[in-house]
Write a new protein. Sequence first.
Length: 192
Amino acid sequence: MKTLIASAALAAATLTTPAFATSTDYVLDASHSQIVFSYEHLGYSTTYGMFSGFEGQIAFDQENPAASSVNVSFPVRAMLTGWEARFDHFMSGDFFAAAEDEMVTFTSTSIEVTGDETALITGDLTLNGVTKAVVLDAKLNQVGDHPMEGKPWAGFDATTTLLRSDFEVGAFAPFVSDEVEIMISIEAMQAE
């Protein structure tokens, strides 16, 4: 769930970046990119988790932003839950049964520019061994020279909603909501 979110945000950002003379490659700033997910627990609370520290690439086509692309991947076990017992349960057979090297990936397949700073990014999300198309509703926050790094930087936010059951991690639904809300916020720097 988390990986999709992060990938979607990156793809969205590439769509709204100002045109350059040639295609420009960006890499995610792992220290300032997060995917936050939330779900309802038994009607009593909203529970949150996060992925952070992941890597990804964005290729921006200056002549045709809709031809841009984004790729992101990270280990399922990079999930942060704030409570070790919850993390252990998510990694158990009830949910992911995740191996140490199991990855979440997102690869964009199309980008529909919807405004000066917005886009819908469609891509293939692979989670728990299942690949499904997801759409990220993305917004460009800012593009410009980073005040401390002295090179081009870009920031994006994106949202989407996933169904856990689509990825075969739907245990305890509907008591624990099948729908998972995803919020992605990323920063990306121009590649060297």
